[in-house]
Design a protein around this ligand. Sequence first.
Ligand SMILES: Cc1cc2nc3c(=O)[nH]c(=O)nc-3n(C[C@H](O)[C@H](O)[C@H](O)COP(=O)(O)OP(=O)(O)OC[C@H]3O[C@@H](n4cnc5c(N)ncnc54)[C@H](O)[C@@H]3O)c2cc1C
Ligand SMILES: *[C@@H]1O[C@H](CO)[C@@H](O)[C@H](O)[C@H]1NC(C)=O
Ligand SMILES: *[C@@H]1O[C@H](CO)[C@@H](O)[C@H](O)[C@H]1NC(C)=O
Ligand SMILES: *[C@@H]1O[C@H](CO)[C@@H](O)[C@H](O)[C@H]1NC(C)=O
Ligand SMILES: *[C@@H]1O[C@H](CO)[C@@H](O)[C@H](O)[C@H]1NC(C)=O
Ligand SMILES: *[C@@H]1O[C@H](CO)[C@@H](O)[C@H](O)[C@H]1NC(C)=O
Length: 521
Amino acid sequence: MRTTTTMTPIIRIFLGLGLLVTIVLGSPLPHSAIPEYFQHAPVTRGQLSVSQVQQELGSQLSKGSLIIGPDDPEWANVTKRYSTFSKPQDLKLVVKVNAESDVPKVVKYCNKNSINFMANNQGHGFTTTITKLSGIEINLSQLTNIKIQPNKKSAWFQGGTWGGNIIKTLWDQGFVTTTGSNECVGLMGPALGGGFGRYQGLYGLVSDNFVTLNVVLGDGRNLQVSKTSYPDLFWALKGAGHNFAIVTSAELNIYPRKIDTWHYHNYAWTQDKLETIFETLNRVQGNGTTPAKLAVNFGQVSLDPSYSKTEAIIGWTFAYMGSAAEGEMLLQPFNEIPALQSVQGDVSYEELLQVQGTGASDPTACSSSPLVGSSGLLQTWNVTSQREIYNLFNKKAVEQPDLAANARVFYECYSTLKTQAIDAASSAYPHRDEYLVYFFATVTPPGKEDQAHEWASQVRNLFNDSEPNRRVATYVNYATGDESLESIYGYEPWRLQKLRALKAKYDPKNAFRYYNPIIPA
Ligand SMILES: Cc1cc2nc3c(=O)[nH]c(=O)nc-3n(C[C@H](O)[C@H](O)[C@H](O)COP(=O)(O)OP(=O)(O)OC[C@H]3O[C@@H](n4cnc5c(N)ncnc54)[C@H](O)[C@@H]3O)c2cc1C
Ligand SMILES: *[C@@H]1O[C@H](CO)[C@@H](O)[C@H](O)[C@H]1NC(C)=O
Ligand SMILES: *[C@@H]1O[C@H](CO)[C@@H](O)[C@H](O)[C@H]1NC(C)=O
Ligand SMILES: *[C@@H]1O[C@H](CO)[C@@H](O)[C@H](O)[C@H]1NC(C)=O
Ligand SMILES: *[C@@H]1O[C@H](CO)[C@@H](O)[C@H](O)[C@H]1NC(C)=O
Ligand SMILES: *[C@@H]1O[C@H](CO)[C@@H](O)[C@H](O)[C@H]1NC(C)=O
């Protein structure tokens, strides 16, 4: 049943012994079946059943909304997550809203009935804190409207918009904005934690581009938030936002796209080049001085069985916002490192996502698998440490071939010129003095979880030791769930103090506590 094209809202209810019943809202059945007092129950209803929620709440929601329970054929799709290890342990049902105005209704209904809830979108959040949810997911993925404002300086994006649809929609009309780099990742998931992407060297983090946010608080209240309206909440939403509200729509700055093509250059190198590669990277990116137009480079250490099952390859992809001639001038030092493979081209922004391995067609970008990982933020690549991390990879390839087969160490360097230029105290994002990102992930075969966690933690320790004079720093959106709050939200004591005070003010019941929460569940 393809319900998105249906004119009337449909609730599919699974009754007792396997009878699938579809109720079309607007028919008298669900309304007349609910005793009045149930609709206004002020206290916990311990025995509330899935079908009761479907009936009571469904009748309040807009056309096209769906309430999906575990026995629905759509369940697997609507609960699909990038990492299967981040699924809520006890998910009762998913409410797929079809209008922004549905969100406060769901939240109020949940509160009235003591049901826990969490909003989500594209399912790429991979922290294990999500598993703590026992309750309802509010899936925003149908809220995909994008509206460019008449002055062409900003646009409104609904809470379910995502990388691919934003990039294409704006590019085709001559604009760009800050989003995550990946086609399949939501806008607000990244943005509420800062938001890294290819335009950050020029325009800052995604959250640096917030103009106005329409939010729903934990008690169901709607607020419009900006630098002049609830400015303290606005501050918190820029970096620690998952703890504070559901964003139903956001106004962000947009910019003329300026270029017709991006230049990319992808390399594959053998391990004997490792030291040269990282020394060259450190020279090109200095200490947080990567030119803004050399928007991003991603690297990856992984096995390619067509080359070897025990000796990992080093792959790197560079994206330059402009012509090949300009881009290749900056990349010349890399062209001098003899490569197994070297491929370059000039493509639209949309195509760039594909050639950099960040598009929907990429097996690692938009898939779903049992992932164990670790991550962190850094200032420079320590060449000695990179050799140790690489050698460990090859050792695992021999000792744990099934674990290593789909493992990778991932390196990210965005230009950070603009993010550094913005006052760090002006938002909850605490890591403007970190310029590099690493991420380790293994697709974990059954029974290999302990070994996967051991490897992930070894990698994290090696990266941590690589900067002996700095403290561990974690990007909230790459945190896997076991990091310290200080490493995520900042070591300056005033940051967590301020965030906790704002929690008391705006989310005193800690409704938002499933995404690397400031106040744990
Ligand atoms: C393959 C991959 C690529 C990535 N690339 C980038 C990148 O380029 N830049 C970057 O910064 N991060 C990136 N990330 C990390 C990303 O920021 C997080 O995984 C983020 O949580 C994904 O958002 P989502 O909507 O896809 O996931 P979901 O799991 O649906 O949402 C994650 C969380 O975000 C919150 N949330 C989502 N939408 C809303 C909303 N409208 N209102 C309130 N809360 C909301 C909820 O707390 C939810 O639990 C990447 C992750 C993966 C797996
Ligand atoms: C799940 O999603 C896929 C891809 O969008 C679709 O082809 C499939 O029909 C969906 N399954 C169900 C049961 O709706
Ligand atoms: C929300 O629903 C969409 C469409 O069914 C699905 O692709 C997405 O993974 C869902 N989000 C979550 C977090 O399950
Ligand atoms: C990088 O710059 C920061 C900020 O100026 C400084 O604290 C740090 O020591 C520098 N690191 C290196 C390796 O030069
Ligand atoms: C990180 O490394 C430093 C220096 O090597 C060490 O003092 C610190 O305890 C480590 N922190 C973590 C969280 O591993
Ligand atoms: C690089 O890492 C090693 C540990 O692997 C450490 O001893 C060394 O001091 C680091 N070098 C720099 C320049 O930080």
